[in-house]
Design a protein around this ligand. Structure first.
Ligand code: 13P
Length: 249
């Protein structure tokens, strides 16, 4: 049984005061006996604040990116060791915004996954196709290639340690959501690819859906067999919406 994971990706939003209000409302509004794993991925300057505010709560925190390097002369980069020092449990790796605006290749993403795992951080590995690629019938080829480069650098045991996120680029921040069946088809394809590497990983690795997930569509998406949670952008910035998605699980 895979435990549902609802993760907020705050992207480049927030301030000390806004974060405190958002986190306080999320903690206060979590359903009683909540069994859903809940995570917020904050900008790096706010990770210590997350540790302070969330430390004694069930809500976990993580980062949005990690350096592919261990340490040293890499100005502006944040290492996996530093994220672990901020008591992060998770880090998003290979988000489509980093792939598009920072030219992150599949190979660089794979190196980042290795770095995250070396510090016992769970990488949330993002894959997804553009609209052009979908319309050209290349969705499985694109997400398959993105995943394969990561699988190639990991042992079967390490693959069991990751979380995957399918985020169709055309659905991010656009209000357009993949239909539950469209998302399920890609999730099932990704799970099949995991099974070639490790039957165990195919069973246990959680595959999140991301792309305009909101309270109105979360229930239908999360009801699909291979959708194990959500990676949520805009709706994670409003406590009421984030909580409503958790309640929809
Ligand atoms: P939105 O939920 O705003 O579409 O963002 C999705 C996303 O990119 C999460 O990583």
């Amino acid at each position: 049984m895979r435990r549902t994971l609802i993760a907020g990706n705050w992207k480049m939003n927030g301030s000390f005061s806004a974060n405190r209000a958002l986190l306080t409302d999320i903690i206060a509004g979590l359903p009683d006996g909540n069994s859903i794993e809940t995570l917020v991925c904050a900008p790096a300057p706010y990770l210590a604040q997350c540790a302070e505010v969330l430390g004694k709560t069930p809500v976990k925190w993580g980062a949005q990116d990690v350096s592919a390097h261990i340490k040293g002369a890499f100005t502006g980069e944040v290492s996996a060791t530093m994220l672990a020092d901020c008591q992060c449990k998770y880090v998003i790796v290979g988000h489509s915004e980093r792939r598009a605006y920072h030219a992150e290749s599949n190979e660089l993403v794979a190196q980042k996954v290795v770095q995250a795992l070396s510090e016992k951080l769970t990488p949330v590995v993002c894959v997804g196709e553009t609209l052009e690629q979908r319309e050209g019938g290349a969705t499985n080829a694109i997400v398959g290639a993105q995943l394969q480069v990561v699988l190639d650098v990991l042992s079967a045991e390490q693959v069991s340690e990751i979380v995957l996120a399918y985020e169709p680029v055309w659905a991010i921040g656009t209000g357009k959501t993949a239909t539950p069946q469209m998302a399920q088809d890609v999730h099932a394809f990704l799970r099949g690819q995991l099974s070639v590497k490790s039957a165990e990983a195919a069973n246990t690795v959680r595959i999140l859906y991301g792309g305009s997930m909101k309270p109105e569509n979360a229930k239908e998406l999360l009801a699909m067999a291979d959708i194990d949670g959500g990676l949520i952008g805009g709706a994670a910035l409003k406590a009421a919406d984030f909580l409503a998605i958790i309640s929809a699980c």
